[in-house]
Design a protein around this ligand. Structure first.
Ligand code: 2DT
Ligand code: MG
Length: 218
């Protein structure tokens, strides 16, 4: 007899600096998986639609000032308020493609000068991703892509610091085999997409058997 063991979905995360192509690749992976019979959902942080997200949006648009620590905590709250729903989706078998997460949270705040460990603490115990596709692009290359926009943080000098801190967070995970996949974002969209799809299909199969982890930075 077939014993029907429910398979969980994979938590696939895209991280990186602005202009690296995270949203492009997240969207393309979502379309690919959806068109190939997978149960999949696309999420983005910050989620600007919640009440907290609206404050974050105003802050990013420079319409509203907040203490660096206060806004850092709001970004974290904006993840915690989605945790139950994300957990239920994953357990129901949906693969989640997530555009930015706590790694962005820490990198951008620490780039402004906040203590790295302090920045990590509010996100401890969040769901952990099964893979981090780190779309890596130098600030110089990012600037060539039509320049940064008007939002807070979209400046070359800050982006350089953010990138360094992403690499520090990768070091912190050096015991976690193949969690981070560093992708050179300075290559063709289609080539990157192909590699991401190949890796994701294997990953979805592999982690369907593994328990969900709510152990970020534990
Ligand atoms: P987008 O350009 O991707 O919408 O991001 N950020 C993001 C933080 O400072 N902390 C966080 O926790 C997250 C998720 C990165 C908007 C900006 O918000 C920054 C860029
Ligand atoms: Mg942006």
């Amino acid at each position: 007899d077939i014993i029907n063991i429910k398979k969980r979905g994979a938590f696939i995360l895209f991280e990186g600096c602005d202009k690296a192509g995270k949203s492009t690749q997240a969207n393309k992976l979502f379309e690919y998986l959806r068109n190939n019979g997978h149960s999949v959902e696309l999420l983005k942080f910050p989620d600007r639609k919640t009440k907290i997200g609206q404050i974050i949006n105003a802050y990013l648009a420079n319409e509203y000032e907040l203490d660096d620590k206060a806004i850092h905590l709001l970004f974290s709250v904006n993840r915690w308020e989605r945790m139950k729903a994300m957990k239920n989706l994953l357990l129901s078998g949906k693969t989640l493609i997530v555009d930015r997460y706590a790694y962005s949270g820490v990198s951008y705040s620490a780039a402004k000068g906040l203590d790295l460990n302090w920045c990590c603490s509010p996100d401890i115990g969040l769901l952990s991703p099964d893979v981090i596709f780190f779309m890596d692009l130098t600030a110089e290359e990012a600037e060539k892509r039509g320049g940064f926009g008007e939002e807070r943080y979209e400046k070359k000098s800050l982006q350089e610091k953010v990138r360094k801190i992403f690499y520090m967070l990768k070091e912190k995970d050096s015991d976690k085999d193949s969690l981070w996949r560093i992708l050179n974002a300075n290559q063709s969209v289609e080539l990157l997409h192909k590699r991401i799809v190949e890796y994701s299909l294997k990953l979805i199969e592999k982690c369907s058997q593994l328990p969900l982890k709510e152990d970020l930075w534990k």
